[in-house]
Ligand binder design. Structure first.
Ligand code: KG4
Ligand code: ZN
Length: 355
């Protein structure tokens, strides 16, 4: 075992009982270079440089361009986060970094930076699962006693899970094809809206009516899985049909009807999960969790069955590093070991495994 790792193990163990240690958290899994500083689980600063303006002309994230921009930005964003928190680099006790799931090249930038800095400072580094980060974003602003049912809705994942702890998460259902955010982005593209499509669809939907019938997959089935590709295809066909007949396309009505359908199916499966497991706490996680209609439908449905709903602030629904820092706090409390210097970025990472 290297001298570095022997010391990291010792330092990591000592942190388990502490609340005052400083964490530098790094997130580069997609198109946001994000860095946060935390004391215990208290967020002192959260800096984000979004690459959206760079990628939107391509209609989506270009992985190679994302990696290059992370490299160019990361040093500055670390400086910003430290300055905003009033903390010097050598005061940091722990580094937390997203090591998966996400774009491999983008993740490698954050992981390499985190490991190098941890080695230079002689402090432990914890590789954190991005999706668990989304779930634990809620714990930065709420006191939640587990277990709870999590609805995870991001650009790459859509799932319902029973969260017992950071390293004990049971998957109850997931998408069989597109993620909810992916569906928002693809439908937005069909309607000629810019990437990322989720926020654009929700703005356009305000001008429309829920007047177009949308197909629902797995209707009447017992399981808690999702499928959004049929919904997307039906919208593509609907739009093409009107285009061929040179008829006007009711974009706002399409946006409104689509958003209603996605929010309804997400809420319906979440409520089923609560009723089946008899766990009356619900956690909303991931970028689509910023969607106002989903938030209000979920709020109403949870009230109706007497379940308590926890949602992060909208700014903490989409990718950020504060959530990675909060997740690492819980991982450390649970006794997770620091990552060795051989920690690798990985594009695929499950949430129902120890990682
Ligand atoms: O969690 P996230 O920031 O990144 C991933 O881990 O994937 O999620 C990004 C996704 C994108 O697909 C984006 O369109 C969607 O979240 N999104 C929204 C909203 N804000 C972001 N979808 C619907 N309504 C929103 N307000
Ligand atoms: Zn994310």
């Amino acid at each position: 075992m290297s001298r570095y790792y022997t010391a990291a193990l010792k330092l990591g163990k000592a942190l388990q009982a502490r609340e005052d240690y400083l964490t530098l958290a790094i997130e580069t899994s997609c198109d946001e270079t994000a860095v946060a500083v935390l004391q215990g689980k208290r967020i002192l600063s959260s800096s984000i440089m979004s690459q959206i303006d760079i990628h939107k002309r391509f209609g989506g994230v270009v992985p190679e361009i994302a990696s290059r921009n992370h490299i160019a930005a990361i040093d500055n964003i670390v400086e910003c986060a430290l300055a905003e928190a009033g903390v010097k680099a050598d005061q940091i006790n722990v580094i937390a970094v997203t090591y998966g799931a996400g774009l491999l090249g983008a993740l490698i930038v954050g992981v390499s930076y985190a490991k190098s800095l941890a080695y230079a400072l002689g402090i432990p580094c914890y590789g954190i699962n991005h999706i668990k980060g989304h779930i634990f974003a809620n714990f930065g602003c709420h006191d939640i006693s587990l277990p709870a049912i999590a609805l995870i809705v991001s650009g790459g994942h859509t799932a319902i899970a029973k969260v017992n702890s950071y390293n004990d998460i049971e998957l109850l259902g997931s998408t069989r094809d597109d993620a909810a955010g992916e569906a928002f982005d693809k439908v937005a593209r069909v309607l000629g809206l810019e990437y990322p499509g989720g926020p654009k669809i929700s703005i356009l939907a305000k001008e429309g009516q829920n007047s177009i019938k949308m197909p629902r997959s797995f209707k009447g089935e017992e399981h808690l899985n999702f499928s959004f590709s049929g919904l997307k295809t039906s919208i593509v066909n609907y739009v093409h049909n009107l285009e061929q007949k040179a008829l006007p396309i009711p974009k706002a009505d399409i946006a409104c009807s689509f958003q209603e359908e996605v929010a309804s199916v997400l809420v319906s499966n979440t409520i089923k999960a609560v009723q089946r497991t008899k766990i009356d706490k619900v956690i909303l996680a991931g970028g689509v969790g910023a969607n106002e209609l989903l938030r209000s439908k979920l709020r109403t449905a949870c009230e109706e069955i007497g379940a308590t709903l926890y949602m992060p602030e909208k700014k903490h629904c989409t990718d950020n590093a504060a959530m990675i820092g909060v997740a690492s706090y819980y991982a450390i409390k649970e006794g997770m070991l620091p990552s060795p210097l051989t920690l690798d970025a990985t594009a695929e990472l499950k949430i129902d495994e120890h990682n």
